[in-house]
Structure formats: structure tokens, C-alpha cells
Design a protein around this ligand. Sequence first.
Ligand code: NDP
Length: 445
Amino acid sequence: MKVKEILAELEKKHPGESEYHQAVKEVLESIEEVYNENPRFAKAGVLQRLVEPDRIFTFKVPWMDDKGNVQVNLGYRVQFNNAIGPYKGGLRFHPTVNLSILKFLGFEQIFKNSLTSLPMGGGKGGSDFDPKGKSENEVMRFCQAFMLELWKHIGPETDVPAGDIGVGGREIGFLYGMYKKLAQEHTGVLTGKGLNWGGSLIRPEATGFGGIYFAKEMLAMNNDSFEGKKVSVSGFGNVAWGAALKATQLGATVVTISGPDGYIYDPAGISCEKIDYMLDLRASNQDVVEPYAKKFPGSKFVKGKRPWEVKVDIALPCATQNELNGADAQILINNKVMLVAEVSNMGCTPEAIELFIKNKLLYAPGKAVNAGGVATSGLEMTQNSMKLNWNKDEVDEKLHSIMVNIHAACVKYGKRKDGYVDYVKGANIAGFLKVANAMVDQGLV
Ligand code: NDP
């Protein structure tokens, strides 16, 4: 296999899809060696087949705003690969959504889902709709219009969407309501559902909790723990609050959260009560970051900056892709950061990752660190199929053990002779092998 040739071909076929090319390049470079050691992969054309989605649905979403004006957004679902299970991956509602972003997310999802050891393929979808500043009724009308098209392509055994940026419990509720009306059945077609109608305990906090369980394993391998560590977190969404809460519970002090306009620095720690306050603000659709500084003395809002300039032991990107670049990485390294775990998808740029690995820092990529979200979605699907609900401890225990196993798989394939663990390589190889073998076993389909 010639990585360069495949990448060049991809860039020719899909010009300008930079996030997608970035994600493919990282995986291909990591797996090149194992791919070449297994001639059956090349014989079955695994890579050429893996880098293209099985299919993509694009549709328009017309809806009416509160003033009676017609609005039109674009909707997408990328069904990437179903070698090991039904397509599975979130829906993102954000004005920046385009095919490049959804293809990168769908591609990453294949390996992430494989790492969980649960039977789930990879997919992703969403819209350029911006829920920010919209009324509850507008969000509902948009979700209904979106589902009016999407429902034809999804199902509990074919494709099971979930949430992502801009899609939380409220949006999943509206989407599920419309699906149920159209399909005339109550099924586990979406995950992240409300507890009273098929949802799983722990799902809202699972991605953040799972990320911390993974980082805890990284620290434990180095005879260390979260106790007494200073932690920076970016964002304050579904993922960030779970990560902040669990890190705090394990004895760390979380000193930052952020939004697109800047970050909050709170040296006293963003403790559990403060997290509850911000969750209330979020639930009532209010801005979280700026009011925080007004409410809690001693904290400050740093406008227009990212949290990576703060001196910490552990940095956790939890907002969006490429949110930590080479310059940020250099500042963290100068400040003697010991661990960076991406909880967002592709949170670090290739330059940042290169610096972390060159400096032998403990660094792990999103597809391993944030896999607890989709893993708990998988547990939600199991509970839906079995028509029962596990209690909080049962779900948390399963999530914890899945994250421990993902960490072990990364170490298995990523540990170098000098003992340094290249988690990027480890995660990519472990995720890839299972999918590639399944593709070969199932023939040319
Ligand atoms: P949310 O929409 O709940 O939160 C995103 C947070 O990031 C918000 O605080 C948002 O601020 C902030 N943010 C968004 N864009 C930017 C930006 N360009 N610069 C700085 N901050 C920004 O999304 P999630 O928490 O669900 O997702 C966060 C990340 O985690 C994404 O990369 C997602 O793909 C990934 N992920 C999510 C999973 C899940 O279970 N939800 C599972 C696995 C991965 P504001 O609200 O003010 O815009």
C-alpha cells in the first residue's frame, strides 16, 4: 500500500475536504505497517473501500421560523462502514457543518466504535442549522423537518444516530418524537434518549466520564493519578461538563472552561456546585461562560483566548476539532504539562500531535478517549433490545471496564521498544484490524 498515492487520489476526487483528508492521513500512516504485513487486506482492496463512505444522503430541510418566514437548511447522513454492526454515530447541528467535517467524523467513528468492542459500524450526520438563539418551537420545527427526510434511511438494525455538537437531550426528544410518529413504532433508533422513554442512565455524562477513566489509566501506567492535579478543560457542553465533574470527583482541580469567545479561569476550581449552576444556565438556553465570572468572585473571563495558555498538569480539549494547534502545544509543553487527552473529536492539529509525541508526552487521541459516549450508546441499544434498564452503577461499571479495555488495546499496539506508548498508532491499529478482518471475511460488498 502506498499511503501517499491513496491520499493523492482522495484529494483529487474530493478537493477541499481538508478535515476529511486530515483524518484519513493520520489513520493510514499509523496502519501502513500492519496493512502491508497482511496481504489479504490489499487483495480485498480494504483501504480503497474503507476511505469512501458506503453512501451519503444529502437533503434540504425547509422549516418555518417564529416570524412565519421560510428557512432552508441542508441535512446530511453519511453511512460510512457497517462491517461490524449497524451504522452508528451522532448528529451535529452547527453552522460550520459541511461534508468534509461529517466525513472526517464518520471515518473516525468506524475505528472508535470498533475499539469499544461492541457491534457498531461508523456513520455521522447533521445540518448547518444553528440552534443558538432559536426558540424552543423553532428547534422543534427544525428537528421535525429534519427527521421527515432522515427517517427513511435509519432504523434500529440499520443506522442509529445520536447527539453531538448542538444536539443534546432536547433535540433527540424532538427527533425521536417525529420518528416514532412516522415509523409507528417505539424502537431504539436513536440514542441519548430521555430516561422515561428508552434512554440509559449515565449517557449524558458518559463521554466525559469515559475520557477521565481513560486518562486515569494513562496516569496509572506511570504510577500517578488525578489527585492534586490542575486541569484545563475547553468548551462547556455535553462532553466538557462530564469530564470536569469526574476529574473533580477524582481529586483534581479544574481551572478552566471555555466558549467560542474566550475562557474562564477559576483558580479555586470549577467544583460540583459550580458545574450544577452552569448546567442550569445551559438548560435554560443561556450563555454559560460570561455569567460565570460575574457569579463567582476570584474567577475571570479571558476574552478572545483559549485555555491552553494556563499552566496546568493535564489539558483536556472538549469543544471541537483542531481547537489546540502547534503554538498551543508548545505553550503547554513549556509549561510542563504531563498529559493531554482529546475528549473532543480530532481536537489537536497534526502539528500539535507531532510535538506531543516528539516530546514523549502522555497524549491520546479522541477516537480512544471519547469512545465512552458511543459505548454507552451501545449499552442503551442493548437495554432497548432487552426491554430493560440497568441501574446507574451497572452502566458506570460497564463503561469503566470498556475504557480500561480500550486503553489496554492502545498499549498493546502502540507501545514502543523504549516503553513510550504512541496512543495514536495503538488506537488506529486496534480499531482498524477488527474492521479490516470483518471486511475481508464478508467478501466484496
Ligand atoms: P456541545 O454542543 O454540547 O458543546 C460544545 C462546546 O464547545 C460548547 O461549550 C461550545 O460553546 C463550544 N464550542 C463549539 N465550537 C467552538 C469553537 N469553535 N471554539 C470554542 N468553543 C467551541 O457538544 P459536545 O459536548 O457534545 O461535543 C464536544 C466535542 O466532543 C465535539 O468534538 C464532539 O464531536 C465530541 N464528542 C461528543 C460526544 C457526545 O457524546 N456528545 C461523543 C464523542 C465525541 P457554545 O455552546 O457557546 O457554542
